[in-house]
Ligand binder design. Sequence first.
Ligand code: SAM
Length: 311
Amino acid sequence: MLHTTEHIKHLKDWPIELIPLRLSSKQNGNFERWYNAYDSLPDLNVTNVLFGDTVTIEGETRDEQSLVDGLKGLLPWRKGPFRFANVLVDTEWRSDLKWSRVMSSKAIRQALEGASVLDVGCGNGYFGWRMLKAGAQSVIGIDPSALFCLQHQCVERYVQDKRNTVLPFKLEELPTTVQFDCVFSMGVIYHRRDPIDHLTRLYDQTSSSGLLILETLIHDQKNSLYPDGRYARMGNVWCVPSESDLFSWIEKAGYKDPTKVDITKTTTQEQRATEWMSFESLANALNPNNPQLTIEGYQAPIRELIIARKE
Ligand SMILES: C[S@@+](CC[C@H](N)C(=O)[O-])C[C@H]1O[C@@H](n2cnc3c(N)ncnc32)[C@H](O)[C@@H]1O
């Protein structure tokens, strides 16, 4: 059992009993290999933890090679960066750049103070550590990927801080018995076939005085883009919304005052292949003769950050 559940007892009616099944070989044929990698991590004499741009576990180990091998057994590492003692996990995404865009909003900084947070599609929980540093009281991240849950466990094993939990659930599986002060959905909505359903479910998880923080690919045109096949090499992008469609969906879901915080074109400095994610990355998804376009001929990725209030 990877998770202790004492600290998540307050998540009334959540399907906690599913965790051992989700994090098992029954659900994913790679699980045993990943678990063995996690289990092989050596002891670290941890002297400090820092939830800065690079989430850092300072300390020493006598067995650095086992540390590298264990962490590399959990490739690909997409969100980060992290540092475990002397080992820098230079992830595909410089997620610190996204986080600095989030932190550019005074409304988000204020909302995070003392907040309970739900981070939907949290990946390996990188942002949860940043949220704690920004003043959040506790963060529950959910992500159906067992690999990302295990990557979080690698950090948790050394950090020993139960305030940032990652659980192997989908948003659609959550009851609405618990509500959160801040509900984040970053990089998820364009993967959903029914974006209004996604927003309605986020709404149901938001407390009455709460804030939605939504980050998404955006189509910088009048109309939303429904890609015919792949978008920037990704096979599971159903819709890249226009801002006007997105704002209207957010309001249809019940939220008030959708407000743009940031719009930024994704660069190959922010998303790139590294030794910790050696598959193709953004550079391979852009038209080599015109980086304003994807290789499929669509607008190259631009991402927007939006906030909206429940009341
Ligand atoms: C593009 S990643 C974004 C990760 C991170 N939030 C970020 O902004 O960098 C999308 C994540 O959403 C997760 N995801 C996909 N469908 C989901 C669902 N129905 N509920 C919760 N998470 C989901 C995926 O497993 C993946 O880790």
